[in-house]
Design a protein around this ligand. Structure first.
Ligand code: SF4
Length: 687
């Protein structure tokens, strides 16, 4: 049987996969040697995809109030309840909560419905928990959410600084690429992380800085770059604004905040100042912070001041968690954006999108971001909520409060593939097609758009997300605007819309793909035109700000507001393990993936364990101001004294064991709205 070329559904590396179906519902999985993200490599999760293709546990029919229902009954009820909420309480009384697992075409249709036809921007996504601070940081600096790096930069760099990124476990194929580059050209690697992760195994230097102090480190780097003549005066004069203010703020910031040993800090600064080809990779350790946007801009400041951006082997590089977090950003899947990187608060942009859609309405202000959205649900301000491919009852911070809010909402519809903590709370459940059954596109961390292609028949009564949303839109009276027959037609419309964005001076223009052969579309990195005009990503036209200059921002580092003390003496960091994904709805189906880490755990330093009388592998109760979890103790010096780490994958099925997001307070970054997931305060009690 011929192999189908598709894309891995897990992380933002976006690896190409060759799938050979066995005709019995299974498939052989290989890495696609021709995909530019992975050139044939796969990690443990990607390799095990064939073991997750089973129908056991799938949602295969619509359900209303827990009872099997017809599609007509479910769609009619959803449309009626959304229309009733809008009629009685206004458009801002409804909301969509989406996912970076959705395909771009599905995202596009959801945004068109809620913004252009319902008339609210209450649409947000679990990508808010993943990389919203990068979006905000890029927008503040560049005027648009442009990721200036590519994967080839990792091959060409002489120094790679990984900040808050356990690349070895969270983006394993990029880590393999980095290891290959290190072997080939001796790339120096620095890891900045309070915890000694597996990524540190290949590091030349590990900076175990104090939690939350990353901005102070990069302020120190900016000062060193300026004092030692490494800034690019010509580039600053021609392309930047704000250099002097940013430098003054950096000089005023307290470098001791990092808690780093002077020799380690000196080595890092030496390398950072004297190496031109520097890539600074950052991920959730930066983004998932109540000061995440400032941390991002502290990093961008260093690359801008030196002109080390958008040139081979140089640049700041945000690596995204989910397979289509980038596609969601591009299509406007966040409450504060319009499609194609257009700005919801810009009247010209709103008029352009509304005109293109010929739609009756367009919100003039941003909607509710994820944490605000569930708070509004709890307060009764959201009366009808549609959750698509995500499990907020387990994965949102303050998860117990979010679960109670969903349970108390007037009307909740959930579209998903399997039963989750959240489907258990839904009034209506809609069965969605899964990876291997649906068709569309995703965009990975380096802006490469790839196809996800189907290779399995649609099971039961499952339906594609775009079609469900269009079906509801039709029942709400807008069938003509949602009358597509295929994802190809949706993609073509979206690509045509992006031409307007290009005309309005935005970076996202894929209109060259509007007439492309969708089925045969090869992996394509945008901008579709030449990437590096004049040697710079941003080209002769400059950046996407009104004066075409990138903005350096003055950054005053802030440590987490929650402080440890007698009642909650430990700082809790959360993250992923190598072989699980999100709340494990797919990865837990593969026996070999479960062997890596069998159950949720809490890493704690040997001295702290001794002080608490905790034996290796005993169970302990972890208590925060927001909730509790029971975790297996793992005694290790990978964490520092006073700090603990727990993975976030385990959910209500094992409650209260492992339900880690119930411990995390809903504290958010004031610019991006992204919650702090790395600096909760907890106490630990032996069981
Ligand atoms: Fe899939 Fe990410 Fe692994 Fe690649 S690195 S195979 S995209 S999980």
């Amino acid at each position: 049987m011929t192999a189908v070329r598709t894309t891995c559904p897990y992380c933002g590396v976006g690896c190409g996969v060759l799938v050979t179906p066995d005709g019995k519902g299974g498939a052989r999985i290989e890495g696609d040697p021709d995909h530019p993200a992975n050139f044939g490599r796969l990690c443990s999760k990607g390799t095990a995809l064939g073991e997750t293709l089973r129908l056991a546990g799938r949602i295969l029919t619509p359900r209303i109030g827990g009872q099997v229902a017809t599609w007509d009954a479910a769609l009619d009820l959803v449309a009626d309840r959304f229309l009733a909420a809008i009629r009685d309480h206004g458009p801002d009384s409804v909301a969509l909560y989406l996912s970076g697992q959705m395909l771009t075409e599905d995202y596009y249709v959801a945004n068109k419905l809620i913004k252009g036809y319902i008339g609210t921007a209450n649409v947000d996504t679990n990508s808010r928990l993943c990389m919203a601070s990068s979006v905000a940081g890029h927008s503040r600096a560049f005027g648009t959410d442009t990721v200036p790096g590519t994967y080839e930069d990792l091959d060409q760099a002489d120094l790679v600084v990984l900040v808050g990124s356990n690349l070895a476990w969270c983006h394993p194929v990029l880590f393999q690429r980095l290891m290959a580059a290190k072997a080939a050209r001796g790339t120096r690697i620095v890891v900045v992380d309070p915890r000694r992760t597996t990524t540190c195994d290949i590091a030349d230097l590990h900076l175990a800085l104090a939690p939350g102090s990353d901005a102070a480190l990069f302020n120190a780097a900016l000062v060193a770059l300026a004092d030692r003549g490494a800034v690019d005066d010509a580039y600053i004069a021609q392309h930047l604004s704000g250099f002097e203010d940013a430098l003054a703020a950096a000089r005023a910031s307290d470098g001791s905040m990092t808690g780093l040993a002077p020799d380690d800090l000196a080595d890092f600064l030496d390398w950072y100042v004297t190496t031109e080809r520097v890539v600074t990779i950052y991920s959730q350790g930066i983004n998932q912070s109540e000061s995440g946007t400032d941390k991002v801009n502290a990093i961008l400041n260093c690359h801008l001041a030196t002109g080390r951006i958008g040139r081979p082997g140089m640049g700041p590089f945000s690596v995204t968690g989910q397979p289509n977090a980038m596609g969601g950003r591009e299509v406007g899947g966040l409450a504060n954006m319009l499609a194609c990187h257009l700005d919801i608060e810009n009247p010209d942009h709103r008029a352009a999108v509304q005109g293109f859609w010929d739609s009756p309405t367009m919100p003039e202000k941003p909607g509710l971001k994820a944490v605000e959205m569930f708070q509004a649900v709890a307060q009764g301000r959201i009366r009808a909520l549609w959750i698509i491919h995500t499990n907020p009852a387990a994965s949102m911070p303050d998860a117990d409060a979010v679960a109670r809010a969903i349970e108390g909402c007037d009307f909740v519809v959930v579209s998903d593939v399997t039963q989750t903590d959240t489907t258990a709370l839904a009034d209506v459940i809609m069965p969605a097609t899964a990876w291997g059954e649906k068709s569309g596109t995703v965009t990975n961390s380096d802006r490469t758009i790839s196809r996800q292609r189907p290779f399995l028949p649609t099971p039961g009564h499952a339906r594609d997300d775009w079609r469900m949303i269009a079906d509801v839109a039709g029942r709400m009276g807008w069938g003509d605007a949602f009358g597509w027959d295929s994802p190809a037609q949706i993609f073509a419309e979206y690509a045509q819309l992006s031409r307007l964005a290009g005309d309005l001076g935005r970076d996202f223009d894929i209109s060259g793909l509007a007439g492309a052969d969708y089925d045969a579309l090869p992996p394509t990195r945008w901008p579709v035109s030449a990437r590096r005009q004049g040697g710079r990503f941003f080209g002769a036209g400059g950046f996407f700000t009104p004066d075409a200059r990138a903005r350096m921002l003055p950054i005053a580092p802030r440590l987490p507001v929650a402080v440890t003390g007698r009642r909650y003496p430990f700082r809790l960091n959360t993250g992923r393990v190598r072989d699980q994904w999100h709340t494990m709805t797919r990865t837990a189906l593969a026996p070999r993936l479960n062997q890596h880490t069998a159950e949720p755990f809490l890493e704690i330093h040997p001295r702290d364990a001794a002080d608490l009388g905790l034996a290796p592998a005993c169970l302990a109760r972890v208590i925060s101001p927001r909730g509790q979890a029971i975790l297996r103790i793992a005694i290790t010096d990978r964490v520092q004294c006073g700090q603990v780490f727990a993975p976030m994958h385990w959910t209500g099925e094992t409650a209260p064991t492992g339900r880690v997001d119930a411990l995390v307070a809903a504290v958010t970054d004031p610019v991006s709205g992204q919650p702090e997931s790395k600096a909760s305060v907890v106490d630990i009690a032996p069981l």
